[in-house]
Design a protein around this ligand. Structure first.
Ligand code: HEC
Ligand code: HEC
Length: 338
């Protein structure tokens, strides 16, 4: 970083000017390598709203048994997942799919493996009333929170009313989720000009990723996903497979197609795939090398790759260069509103 002192001086000198020119800019800063967050017009960012969202995200009193919170299945210490093949909801019930990470979901327009929720606001209310997740009802969630004076004060401060409803709860949680980000990884630093940020194996793995294996046909962009749906054959060789995107679109070609996940923090979000069937990144690479699992809807981009042992090692090393920062400071609140 030869020019860093220079750049810093120049940046400092530019600050007063920028502040004058754009009085509303930079209320929230994203880690390096990520685009700005798109804050919905009807749910703009404020620090107080994100903090209320953080409290609700970790709030166990919104589940039927008072034991589960969003964090139970999307925990910060586990890369905002539960590191399990399938999640465990109220009364120990097992779900059918693996919990995806909340990290960088701000950049996804559709939520869930099959894309059935159109926004984070729409997504957030789902788990509370899902009988095998938090097992509650929406009226009870709102009633429970309204009985807690500490929450009334906070909702009043953020939304101007203590007569809040489920939409307000969803807006606060979604705002918090949009701050759960990962960027500034060795890969970002490398791209920004610090050639020492990645080691030789990671640099070779980057070449395998983009050129030899063309993983970026689907894992493209700052979050390494185009958020589109593809059939890799995962689970399609099992009895009664999950229909994937077909459940929503009802298009035959979407049978067994799932939303492409981000590869940011991928080292922390094992096991992999919608059914958690691949335990390690090595297993994922072997899976792609063999050309996926044959089935009538297999995506045409999934083909045998003929990777060497070195290619495979390097590809895994490259994926670990996507571990970054921006989410580690978002931890469980020490105290909750009473
Ligand atoms: C019992 C475990 C469990 C709990 C509790 C839970 N989730 Fe999830 N979450 C999941 C699973 C499993 C999925 C994937 C479901 C699917 O795609 O069909 C998911 C999906 C998501 C997604 C979509 C991610 C993506 O890549 O599309 C988001 C965002 C999310 N949950 C946030 C939350 C929030 C916010 C809460 C609390 C209100 C919550 N979850 C509570 C297990 C859970
Ligand atoms: C045709 C599009 C496509 C291509 C090409 C592709 N992927 Fe994927 N990737 C997906 C989809 C879709 C999933 C989820 C599939 C599922 O769960 O059924 C996925 C899942 C993954 C996962 C697991 C993510 C998680 O959170 O569970 C990893 C790791 C991964 N891909 C890495 C790669 C690598 C490395 C390559 C190149 C060798 C690659 N992908 C090529 C679409 C693609």
């Amino acid at each position: 970083m030869r020019n860093s002192v220079w750049l810093r001086t120049a940046a400092l000198a530019a600050v007063p000017f920028l502040l004058q020119a754009q009085p509303k800019a930079a209320a929230f800063t994203v880690p390096r390598g990520l685009p700005p967050i798109f804050w919905p017009k009807d749910n703009p960012y404020s620090p107080a709203k994100a903090e209320l969202g953080r409290l609700l995200y970790f709030e166990k009193r919104i589940s039927a048994d008072g034991v589960l919170s969003c964090a139970s299945c999307h925990h910060p210490s586990k890369g905002f997942t539960d590191q399990s093949a399938v999640s465990t909801g109220v009364k120990g019930q097992k779900g059918g799919v693996s919990a995806p990470t909340v990290i960088n979901r701000a950049y996804g327009m559709m939520q869930f493996w099959d894309g059935r929720a159109a926004s984070l606001e729409a997504q957030a209310i789902g788990p509370m009333a899902n009988p095998i997740e938090m097992g509650n009802t929406h009226p009870v969630v709102v009633e429970t929170l309204r009985k807690i004076p500490g929450y009334r004060t906070r909702f009043k401060a953020v939304f101007g009313t203590d007569d809040f409803n489920l939409d307000h709860v969803a807006m606060a949680i979604a705002t918090f989720e949009r701050t759960v980000l990962s960027g500034n990884a060795p890969y970002d630093k490398y791209k920004l000009g610090n050639k020492a940020a990645m080691n030789a194996s990671q640099i070779r793995g980057m070449d395998v990723f983009f050129n030899k294996a063309k993983c970026d046909q689907c894992h493209e962009g700052a979050s390494f996903t185009l958020n589109a749906f593809h059939n890799l054959g995962i689970g399609q060789d099992k009895a009664d497979p999950h229909p994937g995107r077909f459940a929503i679109s009802r298009k035959a070609e979407d049978l067994g197609a799932f939303k492409t996940p981000t590869l940011r923090e991928i080292e922390h979000t094992f096991p992999y795939m919608h059914d958690g069937s691949l335990k390690t990144l090595e297993a994922v690479v072997d899976f792609y090398d063999k050309g996926g699992i044959p089935n009538k809807n297999l995506d045409e981009r999934i083909k045998k790759l003929n990777l060497t042992a070195q290619d495979k090692t390097d590809l895994v090393a490259f994926m670990k260069a996507l571990n970054g920062t921006g989410w580690q400071q978002l931890t469980e609140p020490k105290e909750f509103p009473q």
